[in-house]
Design a protein around this ligand. Structure first.
Ligand code: PGD
Length: 758
């Protein structure tokens, strides 16, 4: 099982040689093609290693991280050094000085999940500073619980694809429904039904409107509106304006199920700020014709309409506003809780939304409580390291960044996921010690002081399942462990023994015994529910077990049917179109109701004079994030080894560029190289460069160095969505592009650093 689909693997000589998708998968992902050759790839970490400067000079800030060489050490030596350093930091600075946020997707598997392992270990060590929310959903994770009482239910209990295919007349998709993202599901997936569901909707006569600057954000027949990026909230407000002024809003729904519509309407009609949010107002901002918006609003009110908002729209400045305005628009249509109507968030952002959930808790490794009550919003990692002691606002609280001495990372790659990588590199020079567990020499591993070689999921046994997939899968090992790699569990077990809490950490179980224990615990839930599941040995032999799913779900149907019995978990129990709590925080970048804010990185602002192209740094179609960027599917898309950048032929012609050219993409934060792909499915003022090309600085010692490979996060701003959620804003950035005529530097991203024997 992988995050991008279920497969059977063939292996020989310690390497995966072929993978065959699960026959029950309706639309297997091409990303599976990255797996063969990944176990013994040259970028694997072969053994424990310590950065020379750290080994010789001891812990301390160092700007040599990322360019220093490493020294190979034995496992015993590594365990001793690491245990000693953890003890030193705890004794001298306290557990708060350990940052164990360790964000990242790592690999699927319920037991060997790197995050679960590292968090359980650090909790038993006495605690650590953690991170909250995710890079995927930083804004949504804060705003939607305040508006509809939940954020995870929006995906895990979303209106099912079968219901949409059967009931929806008009699907208005802000951000489209990009099929490429549905390849992926955190924790694995056995089926990819989105393409088929959209085709069935169309075959029935349903219509789809895709609102996105990228044509291929929706496959097949659809009406396509290509606005200036970042103007979706203005468009939603204009649609709401037409509903409000043409007596098309469902006032009975707004009265019964919502709170604060009147305050929002005052803003919408311009009573509070003198600016009515008319279609013409939105047309000036978005570039879409006012008449098209008026017509769309009327059509939305005429039938069963589903308003969907992708996650990408909240991964921008003021990202709180798009899902809030989207649910408000759907509330005005009065169809929330009606099959095929209402609101959806995340269709096309990951495979999960639209899939039927299983009714049981999943097998889960218990992590225990964190004795330290200290957390940062996840995307504040550079701020945390650069500004100890500084105060900041977050979700109604005033907090202070702690002074971090040790950073512990397992299963993530901040040089993939974070913004303004030059700033991140400077931030990572600050702590005394950085520890990284990863199977590969990722850019983050190259910036570590203590490097711990992990196994990949091919080299170990595990269980896989997710909350919206019917299969619980036995993951059998396909190859022996590579070189000196160890499971993260074994590393933490050895450390826990050195630090005196071994038996507490292991509970005297081997990895196999843990897997069996988690399975049997889960089986108890199923049996108690009247379901059937075989005993462990039979399950392990069979390979998977099929669970019951809750089919035909409609989001918030219970709330609609009986809002008194099933109120939302908001202060009012209703949909908070106006939130008195948010209003009370008094933030100048997040008011008490959905609001249009002009972002800094957009084509309508002053910055576009200098950097006139809007770059969309979205998720790749050829890999998951940065994982297996060296795999065959990812490599096949590269141009002279560089990440492909799509641009409109007119934008290319203006700059004297042609398909296959290597270009320098730049702004005042940084620059990277990329290879041109011409595509008239983009707006002429928009370019697209996916995330995930491994950061490859021309000069690894210089934080401002150009990335020769095409990582867009050297360009993106390290700013937060707003004072409310402080989410990641990596999706949008303004750039300029020019031909790169210099000698093409080699790609060294996948080369291991120099590792010398003692
Ligand atoms: P991955 O590449 O998945 O990226 O960021 P994330 O850090 O999750 O990193 C996972 C790492 O885990 C890999 O290095 C892999 O080798 C390692 N790994 C795999 N298995 C194991 C294991 O068993 N043990 C250990 N120790 N390691 C393992 C993703 C993040 O990026 C996300 S979720 C989003 S949505 C964001 N999206 C954007 C965006 O839209 N635009 C920009 N510009 N930036 C983004 N960054 C964010």
């Amino acid at each position: 099982m992988s995050h991008w689909g279920m497969y059977e693997a063939e292996a020989a000589n310690g390497e995966v040689t072929a993978v065959h998708p699960y026959p029950g998968d309706a639309d297997p992902s091409a990303i599976l093609g990255n797996l063969p050759g990944s176990v013994r790839h040259r970028s694997r970490i072969t053994g424990p290693a310590v950065r020379r400067g750290w080994l010789e000079n001891g812990p301390g800030p160092s700007s040599a991280r990322g360019s220093d060489e490493f020294v190979a050490v034995s496992w015993d030596e590594l365990t001793g050094l690491l245990a000693g350093e953890l003890r030193r930091v705890v004794d001298t600075h306290g557990n708060r000085a350990i940052f164990g946020g360790s964000y990242g997707w790592s690999s699927p598997g319920r037991f060997h999940h790197a995050q679960s392992q590292v968090h359980r270990f650090l909790k038993m060590l006495g605690g650590y500073t953690r991170s909250v929310h995710s890079y995927s959903l930083g804004a949504t994770g804060v705003i939607m619980p305040r508006v509809v009482g939940t954020h995870w239910k929006l995906f895990a209990r979303s209106t099912n694809w079968d219901v949409i295919a059967r009931e929806t007349d008009l699907m208005v998709c802000f951000g489209g429904v990009p099929l490429k993202n549905t390849a992926v599901n955190d924790g694995g997936t056995s089926n990819h039904p989105t393409r088929d569901a959209l085709d069935r909707l169309r075959a029935r006569g349903g219509r789809i409107v895709s609102i996105s600057p990228l044509r291929d954000d929706l496959h097949g027949d659809a009406e396509r509106l290509a606005p200036r990026p970042g103007t979706d909230v203005a468009i939603m407000l204009a649609l709401a304006y037409v509903l409000a002024t043409e007596d098309l809003a469902d006032r009975a729904f707004l009265d019964r199920y919502c709170t604060g519509y009147d305050k929002f309407e005052d803003y919408l009609l311009g009573r509070t700020d003198g600016i009515p949010k008319t279609p013409q107002w939105a047309a000036d901002l978005s570039g879409l014709p006012a008449a098209t918006l008026t017509d769309l609003a009327r059509r939305m009110a005429a039938g069963r309409t589903l308003v969907t908002v992708t996650w990408s729209l909240q991964r921008v400045r003021h990202g709180e506003q798009a899902p809030w305005a989207g649910v408000t628009l759907a509330a005005m249509l009065g169809q929330i809780g009606v099959p095929g109507g209402g609101f959806g968030h995340g269709y096309g952002s990951m495979n999960e939304p639209g899939l039927a959930p299983v009714p049981y808790p999943l097998p889960t490794l218990f992590q225990g409580q964190n004795p330290i009550d200290e957390a940062i919003p996840v995307a504040a990692i550079s701020d945390l390291l650069l500004r100890p002691g500084e105060q900041y606002d977050f979700d109604g609280q005033r907090r202070t960044f702690p002074d971090i001495r040790l950073v512990y990372w397992a299963g993530g790659n901040p040089f993939h996921h974070h913004q303004d990588l030059g700033r991140l590199k400077r931030a990572l020079a600050r702590p005394d010690t950085i520890v990284v567990h990863d199977p590969y020499w990722t850019p983050m591993a190259k910036h570590a002081d203590i490097v711990v070689p992990s196994t990949t999921s091919f080299e170990r046994e595990d269980l896989s399942c997710t909350r919206n997939d019917p299969l619980l899968v036995a993951m059998h090992a396909a190859t022996p462990r590579y070189a000196q790699a160890r499971d993260d569990y074994d590393t933490f077990t050895a450390l826990a023994h050195r630090l005196g809490f071994g038996p507490q950490f292991t509970e005297n179980r081997t990895a196999r015994q843990w897997i069996e224990h988690l399975y049997e615990q889960w089986r108890g839930f199923v049996l108690a529910d009247g379901g059937g599941a075989p005993a462990f040995e039979e399950f392990w032999h069979r390979g998977h077990v099929r669970m019951r799913t809750e089919d035909d779900l409609t989001l918030f149907q219970d709330f609609r049917e009986d809002p008194d019995t099933y109120p939302l978990r908001t202060p009012s129990g209703r949909i908070e179109i106006f939130s008195a709590d948010i209003d009370g925080f008094g933030y100048d970048d997040c008011a008490g109701h959905p609001t249009w804010y002009e972002p800094e990185e957009w084509l309508g602002g002053a910055r576009a004079q200098q950097f006139p192209l809007h770059l969309i740094a979205n998720q790749p179609r050829t890999r998951l994030h940065s994982q297996l960027d060296h795999g065959a599917t990812s490599q096949a898309s590269k141009i002279h080894g560089r990440e492909p950048l799509r641009m409109h032929p007119e934008a290319a012609a203006t700059r004297g560029l042609d398909a296959g050219d290597i270009v320098r993409v730049f702004n005042d934060r940084g620059a990277c190289l990329a290879g041109v792909v011409l595509d008239d499915g983009l707006r002429p003022d928009v370019v697209q460069l996916s995330t995930g090309a491994w950061y490859d600085p021309l000069d690894p010692s210089d934080p401002n160095s150009m990335c020769v490979h095409g990582n867009p996060n050297v360009l993106t701003p390290d700013v937060r969505t707003s004072s409310l959620a402080r989410g990641c804003t990596g999706q949008h950035v303004l750039v300029e592009i020019e031909r790169f005529d210099g000698e093409l530097p080699p790609i060294r991203a996948y080369d291991p650093p120099v590792v010398r024997a003692r």
